[in-house]
Design a protein. Structure first.
Length: 291
């Protein structure tokens, strides 16, 4: 049986906090572009903790349950943390390859985007772009996910730590998909401001919902196997770190709303293939959640 009161309060708190912070940059039109970007990044980073705050308040005040039920004191089977750390990189590679195969962009062995950035950086014009890009990729794949995890934990404490388990009476597939839809809608103010799908403020909302449902299925699989928000926070951190890596290897000028990142159609195809493998191999639905 689903308890509606804690769920409704969770959603109200999460959306109120996050959407307020998401929309604040719209009031900064008088500032310089660089300061606007810096302030926007700070506000949007804080907004990631809206669902976490909502989960904590709803759990303690409205569900009358201990804080420990959110699973922060649990890690679960350690092997899933390898999936959490490296699966986003594999999906990003697939997204880049499929972007080229679908004709959305062309592979750029000359690394024009990186070379252009180095020319504008003081003292960096003579650096080998392949060394620079290798260093960037190494940082994105290994240390960056752990740093990003601190912020992603705010979202995952809410979406997977609180919301998903409370929707499980509907069945795993329904619970995971509904969580993904809500997660996608939560991003709407960011998408309207041009994030992820530049030039498509309305259609981008629906594209974000598709992306969040597909990614949410993978996150749900990890969560149900570990019953820990830490596993999905690590995956979420890894996704944020490597999402745009393929762009560095593609010729500039293509439409970023349709390829080159984990949020776009080519990556959806890769995620659908992986989800299909999970279902075909009977890994999803999870047979013994949390064991």
């Amino acid at each position: 049986m689903i308890e509606r009161k804690p769920l409704l309060w969770f959603l109200a708190i999460a959306f109120t906090i996050s959407w307020t912070l998401f929309l604040m940059p719209l009031a900064l039109s008088g500032r310089t572009t660089s300061s606007q970007q810096f302030i926007r990044l700070g506000l949007w980073t804080l907004a990631m903790w809206g669902p976490g705050v909502g989960a904590i308040i709803a759990t303690r005040q409205f569900a009358k349950q201990p804080f420990s039920i959110l699973g922060l004191n649990t890690l679960g089977p350690k092997r899933f943390y390898l999936w959490a750390l490296f699966l986003p990189t594999l999906l990003a590679i697939a997204a880049g390859v499929l972007t080229v195969l679908f004709g959305i962009a062309r592979f750029d062995p000359e690394l024009q985007l990186v070379r252009g950035s180095l020319k504008n950086a003081p003292g960096a014009a003579n650096l080998d772009p392949w060394i620079v890009i290798s260093a960037q990729a190494a940082i994105a794949i290994l240390p960056a996910p752990f740093f990003n995890m601190l912020f992603a934990l705010g979202e995952e404490l809410g979406w997977r730590g609180f919301l998903l388990p409370r929707l499980l009476p509907l069945g795993q597939w329904k619970a995971i998909i509904i969580t993904g839809v809500i997660w996608g809608i939560w991003h709407a103010p960011v998408i309207v401001q041009g994030e992820n799908y530049p030039g498509y403020p309305i259609a981008g909302i629906f594209m974000m919902i598709v992306f969040c449902v597909l990614l949410g299925i993978i996150f749900g699989w990890l969560y149900l196997n570990t019953r820990s928000p830490w596993s999905v926070a690590l995956t979420h951190g890894a996704v944020n770190a490597v999402a745009a890596l393929p762009v560095l290897f593609l010729k500039p000028g293509f439409n970023l709303a349709f390829g080159g990142t984990l949020a776009t159609f080519p990556a959806w195809v890769a995620m659908i293939v992986f989800i299909g493998w999970l279902a075909a191999s009977k890994r999803l639905p999870v047979q013994s959640p949390g064991r």
